[in-house]
Design a protein around this ligand. Structure first.
Ligand code: COA
Length: 158
């Protein structure tokens, strides 16, 4: 019924549209989410790199008609030098279109990413949801993530 597969360079326009949908949701929690970023040269370069480099993981979900209805992006990255040695990865972005949520697609994508991390000898995986995104936080907890850093924020205006 649904097909989960690796992302290809040709998926860039559809992934970008999905990412902008996610940003619009994110923007409700976090007005600093930049709605211009996705289709900016910087944003497009980011997606291209994630799709094409070996230290990144990108999968998409297709519906019966071949239309993309969700995606996940994750990457291996260098952690702060004061953290203990180990390989770190971050689940950077995940989105399932609202009408397809609750069908375990998000869980499958996340578990595929975690398995990829295991295969790549990653020791620690993190994800940084908005503190206000309670449903995403619940979702990650169900998949085994637990609370870690707490990022605090002070808005000093313009
Ligand atoms: C978060 C998200 C990726 C989850 O994907 P999904 O396919 O809907 O989730 P699943 O069907 O795999 O759900 C897994 C579990 O999480 C719970 N869950 C998922 N979405 C939830 C929600 N909105 N509220 C409460 N619980 C939720 C489900 O109840 C389910 O629990 P169960 O195993 O007891 O049934 C998806 O809802 C989404 O794209 N949300 C909007 C974007 C977003 O917030 N992304 C994360 C940014 S950090």
């Amino acid at each position: 019924m649904y097909l989960i597969r690796k992302a290809k360079p040709d998926d860039l326009p559809e992934i970008s549209k999905l990412n902008l949908e996610l940003f619009k949701i994110q923007h409700e929690f976090d007005p600093t989410a930049n709605l211009e970023w996705t289709f900016s040269p910087d944003g497009q370069e980011y997606f291209k790199t994630r799709i094409s480099t070996e230290d990144s993981f990108t999968e998409v979900v297709e519906d019966e008609s071949g239309k993309l209805i969700g995606y996940i992006f994750g990457t291996i990255f260098k952690r702060q030098p004061w953290r203990i040695e180990g390989k770190y990865a971050e689940l950077e972005s995940i989105y399932i279109k609202p009408e397809y949520q609750g069908e375990k697609l998000g869980s499958q994508l996340t578990n595929n990413f975690i398995n990829w991390c295991r295969e790549n000898k990653v020791n620690y995986v993190s994800v940084i949801p908005s503190a206000q995104n309670e449903s995403a936080i619940k979702f990650y907890r169900k998949l085994g993530f637990s609370d870690y850093d707490l990022v605090m924020h002070l808005d000093l205006g313009k």
